[in-house]
Design a binder for this molecule. Structure first.
Ligand code: NAD
Length: 497
């Protein structure tokens, strides 16, 4: 069985803990790999390698840093297929979707290539006689990233390219469920010329995460994952004096007004609810049908849902692959099985689905639940699977009240032809990312990604300008070059202009 190792100081490091996690091929259900779980000593080794590398990387010229990042971008471009295949093998998503993930991750590498522009400081001359003031931003030192299973390449790339472009060195703890993509990303960074120790990968579980959060040499932690763990990371990180950004879970609502193009809305709801088997933090998991649109819209979504092709991610004909584990698949299915007893109408039931020749794979069909009561578990919980809930609302006001009552506030969208309603929505809705006729409004790399409420803990969103701010600290320099003719003299008063 293949063992996925750590990547420390620019080389593979086998684990010594004797503890391993299983890595499955979700399409077959077979465990063909295992991942080493780091000891606290191995985490310490990774942090020590990063700390040593910071000595020179932290002061490396912008030209040197960008030369490596441009080369890295070229290598990623050449290896898109290979990285996407690694994602499909361990996550299960279909190859085309995995390619999209790689492309969205590369967008952040491209952003990082523009670091000389992004890190430009500010200068004010002659703020007082012969006094100038400049503001610059400097790296923090060693920073860490902890990432979830659902985007094993893209989410790490939301973090480390920006962090290292800013001059930091990085320790990444990827999801133990699909760790190979992160490992490969680190290997390729070395190939691109990134000095040893600038980017390290420690595989593992809570033992590794806790050590990162406690380690005195880690200055900041970026986390993306579920809400309970995000809260934990924020609290523990702060307790140990770290800067923390912790992105959590979501329950994203798509509001459909009566004037919307219902065929377009139904297509978009299908794509956003069932793409990647619903295992996206920006997936649409609730459609709020306003006014009398409900029956027609549900009919259109159901018709499309029944025609989706579910199968292994390696089959080009598959539109949706399996879920990440058997346990997760069964948990997702339980929301569908329990929905009717809690008052919902099960319009499409995807439970009990299996794919011929892949009976042990972690497959689940798509499900559509209509008239879901707000109190039902299917509405209250983040299901993170191919289950779309529809909630009916009489008016726009009722709909916005429902959305704003959610404890999450990651993404949301409105579908309408009414510009005034869309404008009201974008100002009134309590969420960090808003789509207008766009169901999954993941910001491009040069804007920042992040939610509100239980979807993000910390002050900074991720990548874009917020990413630069998160991975740097500001310094303001006040300079006076006196004319030799000026004596200055003695003055014990507070300096003023
Ligand atoms: P998760 O919270 O279970 O795991 C995320 C990371 O935390 C992993 O590296 C894992 O090893 C680690 N971890 C898990 N339990 C831990 C514990 N008790 N102590 C310390 N570390 C622990 O999340 P997941 O299941 O891998 O990913 C799915 C979740 O991530 C969903 O809730 C999804 O919405 C969320 N997510 C959010 C965003 C966003 O941008 N807001 C993006 C992607 C995924």
């Amino acid at each position: 069985m293949k063992t996925i190792t750590h990547w420390i100081g620019g080389k593979p490091v086998e684990g010594t803990s004797g503890r391993f996690g299983p890595v499955y091929d979700p399409a077959t259900g077979a465990q063909d790999k295992q991942v080493a779980f780091a000891t606290t000593d191995e985490v310490d080794d990774a942090v020590a390698a990063a700390k040593a590398a910071f000595e020179s990387w932290g002061t490396a010229s912008l030209a040197k840093r960008t030369a490596v990042l441009f080369k890295y971008r070229e290598l990623l471009d050449a290896r898109r297929d290979e990285i996407a295949a690694l994602i499909t093998a361990e996550h299960g998503k279909v190859h085309s979707d995995a390619l999209g993930e790689v492309a969205r991750g590369m967008e952040i590498v491209e952003l990082a290539c523009s670091i000389p522009q992004l890190l430009k400081g500010e200068l004010s001359t002659q703020v007082s006689t012969r006094v100038d003031v400049s503001s610059i931003r400097q790296p923090l030192g060693v920073v860490a990233g902890i990432t979830p299973f659902n985007f094993p390449a893209m989410v790490p790339m939301w973090m480390f390219p920006v962090a290292i472009a800013c001059g930091n060195t990085f320790v990444l703890k990827p999801s133990e469920k699909d760790p190979s993509a992160s490992y490969r990303l680190a290997e390729l960074a070395s190939e691109a010329g990134l000095p040893d120790g600038v980017l390290n990968v420690v595989q593992g579980d809570k033992v590794a995460v806790d050590r990162l959060l406690e380690h005195p040499d880690i200055a900041a932690v970026s986390f993306v994952g579920s809400t309970p763990i995000a809260k934990y990371i924020q609290m523990k990180g702060i307790e140990h004096g770290k800067r923390v950004q912790a992105l959590g879970g979501a329950k994203n609502h798509m509001l459909v007004l009566p004037d919307a193009d219902l065929d377009f809305a139904a297509d978009q709801a299908i794509n956003a609810a069932y793409g990647s088997a619903g295992e996206r933090c920006m997936a649409v998991s609730v459609v709020v049908a306003v006014g009398d649109t409900g029956d027609e819209l549900v009919g259109k979504i159901a018709e499309r849902a029944k025609g989706l092709k579910i199968g292994p991610g390696t089959d080009p004909a598959s539109e949706m692959g399996p879920l990440i584990t058997r346990e997760h698949r069964d948990k997702v299915a339980s929301y569908v099985s329990g929905a009717a007893a809690q008052g919902a109408e099960v319009v499409v039931d995807g439970t009990g689905y299996s794919v011929e020749g892949h009976e042990d794979g972690f497959f689940l069909g798509v499900s559509l639940l209509d008239k879901v009561p707000v109190a039902a578990d299917a509405y209250q919980d983040e299901i993170f699977g191919p289950v779309l809930c529809v909630v009916r609302a009489d008016t726009y006001d009722d709909a916005i009240k429902l959305i704003n009552g959610s404890r999450w506030g990651n993404g949301t969208a409105i579908f309408t032809r009414d510009g005034g309603a869309a404008r009201r929505f974008q100002l009134e809705v309590q969420a960090g990312m808003v789509g207008v006729n766009v169901p999954i409004p993941v910001p491009v790399g040069y804007h920042s990604f992040g939610g509100w409420k239980d979807s993000l803990f910390g002050d900074h969103h991720i990548y874009g300008n917020d990413g630069i701010a998160f991975y740097t600290q500001g310094k303001v320099i006040t300079t006076r070059w006196p004319d030799p003719a000026d004596s200055g003299g003695i003055n014990l008063g507070f300096p003023s202009n």
